[in-house]
Design a protein around this ligand. Structure first.
Ligand SMILES: [Fe+2]
Length: 345
C-alpha cells in the first residue's frame, strides 16, 4: 500500500504543475486520476506546445532557414562538419589522452559518463568553447527546444556492454517529457548502424490531435504504470501505438564524426540496442526550462559567473541530497578519467 503524502508538501506539488515537473508517481497532483480525467495533463501538454511555438517565433530569427525547415519537418537537425577540422581534431586528441573529473551512471548494459565542460575543463582545453560558446550552435539548440536561455554542456560517453544481460531502459521508444526540450550531440567518432546509434521518429515532435488524445489516455493510468520511466512522465510508446498516431517510421541516425545532431526530445526516440561493445563519445548539450514561461530569456542567465558552473552546482546538490537520504547518488563520482576509457562502475 502506498504511504500517505504529508499535507505540507502539497503547495510545492501545486507549484510543480506550473513548471516542468513531470512525474505522475512522485507528484500526486500530476498523477491524480480524477484531475487527469478532467484534462490536467492534456491541457499542460497543449499549453506548453503553444508557448513553445510562440517562443520559437522569436528564437527563429537567428537560425539558418534550411535548419528551421528541417526542424519543422522532422523535429531534429543534422549539421555535418560542425567544427573546423583542426579544432575538432584537437578536442578529440585531448579527450582521448587527458583525464578530467567525471561521473558515471549505469542503466542495465549501458554506462553513461558525464565530464562537465566547466571553467576547469575550458581552461585546460579552450577549444571546447568552440562548442559550448558558439552562438550558432546555442541558437539552434534554443530553437529546437523552443526555449530561451543557456543549455548545459558536457562531454558524454555512452558505453554499451552487451555481455551484461540487462536491458537499457533508453532502448525503448519514448518522449523525454510532456513538452519540447532539446538535446544536442556532436559526435567525436563515426556512428554506424550497428554502433547503438540514436533512433528518432521523424515528424513525431508535432502535437497532433491523435498525439494529444494518446497523451490523455496515458495520463489516466501513468501514476500506477509498472514502467518507472513512464510513471515518471517520460512516456514509453509501443510500435503498435506509434502506428496508430500516424505514418511514422523510426530512423537510425547514422553519422560521420564531427556531425552535430540537435533534436526535440518531445518527439519519440531511443538508443538502438548495441550488439557489440562500443565506447561512444560526444560533446553534449541539454536544454530544458519551464515550458510555460513567455520570457525569451532565462532568469538564471542573469546570475553572473554561474553559466559554466551549473552542472557542478547541480551535482553537488544531488550528492548532498543523496547523502542525507542515506543512498548512493545517481551520478557517481569516478574521479578523473579520459572520456574514452572503459567504465568504472
Ligand atoms: Fe530520451
Amino acid at each position: 500500500m502506498s504511504r500517505a503524502v504529508a499535507w505540507w508538501r502539497y503547495p510545492a506539488f501545486a507549484l510543480g504543475i506550473l513548471g516542468s515537473e513531470k512525474s505522475f508517481r512522485k507528484n500526486p497532483l500530476l498523477g491524480h486520476p480524477r484531475l487527469n480525467e478532467l484534462g490536467l495533463h492534456r491541457e499542460r501538454v497543449r499549453l506548453a506546445a503553444r508557448m513553445a511555438d510562440y517562443r520559437r517565433s522569436l528564437l527563429g530569427m537567428s537560425v539558418r532557414a534550411e535548419e528551421r525547415a528541417a526542424f519543422d519537418r522532422d523535429g531534429f537537425v543534422v549539421r555535418e562538419n560542425a567544427l573546423p577540422q583542426d579544432v575538432f581534431q584537437r578536442i578529440r586528441d585531448y579527450l582521448e589522452n587527458e583525464p578530467l573529473p567525471a561521473r558515471e551512471m549505469r542503466q542495465g548494459q549501458a554506462v553513461t559518463r558525464m565530464t562537465p565542460i566547466n571553467p576547469n575543463a575550458l581552461e585546460k582545453l579552450p577549444d571546447l568553447a568552440r562548442f559550448s560558446r558558439d552562438p550558432s550552435i546555442a541558437g539552434l539548440i534554443r530553437y529546437v527546444g523552443g526555449v530561451a536561455g543557456d543549455p548545459i554542456y558536457f562531454v558524454q560517453t555512452v558505453i554499451a556492454e552487451p555481455a551484461i544481460k540487462q536491458a537499457d531502459p533508453q532502448t525503448a521508444l519514448h518522449a523525454d517529457t510532456f513538452h519540447s526540450t532539446s538535446k544536442a550531440w556532436l559526435f567525436l567518432q563515426d556512428v554506424g548502424p550497428d554502433d547503438g546509434p540514436f533512433v528518432f521518429v521523424p515528424g513525431s515532435h508535432k502535437l497532433t490531435e491523435k498525439r494529444l488524445e494518446w497523451e490523455y489516455r496515458q495520463s489516466l493510468l501513468a501514476n500506477v504504470d509498472k514502467r518507472t520511466h513512464h510513471a515518471d512522465g517520460s512516456f514509453r510508446i509501443t510500435p503498435a501505438e506509434l502506428l496508430e498516431l500516424g505514418d511514422f517510421t523510426p530512423q537510425k541516425v547514422v553519422v560521420r564524426a564531427n556531425t552535430l545532431v540537435v533534436a526535440d526530445t518531445y518527439a519519440f526516440h531511443s538508443r538502438a540496442v548495441s550488439d557489440r561493445h562500443t565506447v561512444r563519445v560526444e560533446l553534449h548539450a541539454y536544454h530544458r526550462a519551464n515550458p510555460f514561461t513567455p520570457l525569451p530569456f532565462s532568469l538564471t542567465g542573469l546570475v553572473p559567473g554561474i553559466r559554466d558552473r551549473r552542472l557542478d552546482l547541480y551535482l553537488a546538490f544531488a550528492d548532498r541530497k543523496a547523502k542525507r537520504a542515506g543512498r548512493q547518488p545517481v551520478w557517481k563520482d569516478v574521479g578523473a578519467c579520459t572520456a574514452f576509457s572503459e567504465p568504472h562502475i
